[in-house]
Ligand binder design. Sequence first.
Ligand code: CP
Ligand code: NVA
Length: 301
Amino acid sequence: MKKDFLTLRDLTGDEILALIERAIEIKKGGRKLERRFEGKVLGLMFVKASTRTRVSFQTAMFRLGGSTIFMTGTDTQISRNEPVKDTARVLSRYLDILAVRTYRQEELEEMANWASIPVINALTDKYHPCQILSDLMTVKEKIGRLDNFKAAWIGDGNNVANSWINAASMLGFELVLACPDGYRPDEGVLDAAGPNVKVVREPVEAAEGADVINTDVWASMGQEKEAEQRKIVFKDYRVTASLVGRAGPGAVVMHCLPAHRGEEIEEDVLEGPHSVVFDQAENKMHLHQALLETLLLGATE
Ligand code: CP
Ligand code: NVA
């Protein structure tokens, strides 16, 4: 039966851990091809920009022996208001699996409801679950464990933050998010979280003793018009060397990228010894390979 991956909660905690183990195994195997899915086609329907998610999914599918078709919002009939339900049914007749990057989570859900093939959330305004899987893989590599660590989130309570909250709820690690008033994570996502997830005002409170300090841009895709206002609101929500100094020994600094140096993160921190941002970016490819394998196998069972 087909299984979609629209939010982290579409997996169990054990399934998340298994995907991470598999991705680590794939990484250890080097750049070898595993032609297990020859003839299978991954479609990528991206109505927002992407470097990492797009290229890592395309490379991962190539390594599995399959191929990919990349579509944007402007070169498909979606741009001329063809209904999602028609697009989903048509694409299902051609493709074996579909990754979607769009604005509204509800639109992704509609696509998945009408598609007869697995649909993957490659980022919406609400969630970025693929990002968190590869982030957790990076934590496992760098910190060595996924249950007992403290993660800090500094800045906007955005799509990446929401998915981190889901991860903390499911795996039990401590997550403290420092967000300005009015820019907290989704309240429904917070309500479903356990006491190990806390939102505070002060970045230092979040960073104190943390094993992971994580941040993201002040204005996400689709919020370009708010960018100037957000620069004022978020000016104290920066990952600086002094903030990293409050973290625990061996702490890592994470950022999903793209980063705005001098805004949410200082250049010296991004390029410094605590930063694992390029490992995070690489791990997207290994993790996406593991995810594609799992969903493609599930769809043929
Ligand atoms: N981190 C991430 O999703 O990057 P892209 O927007 O480049 O895909
Ligand atoms: N929060 C960012 C993440 C980009 C990978 C955005 O949605 O633009």
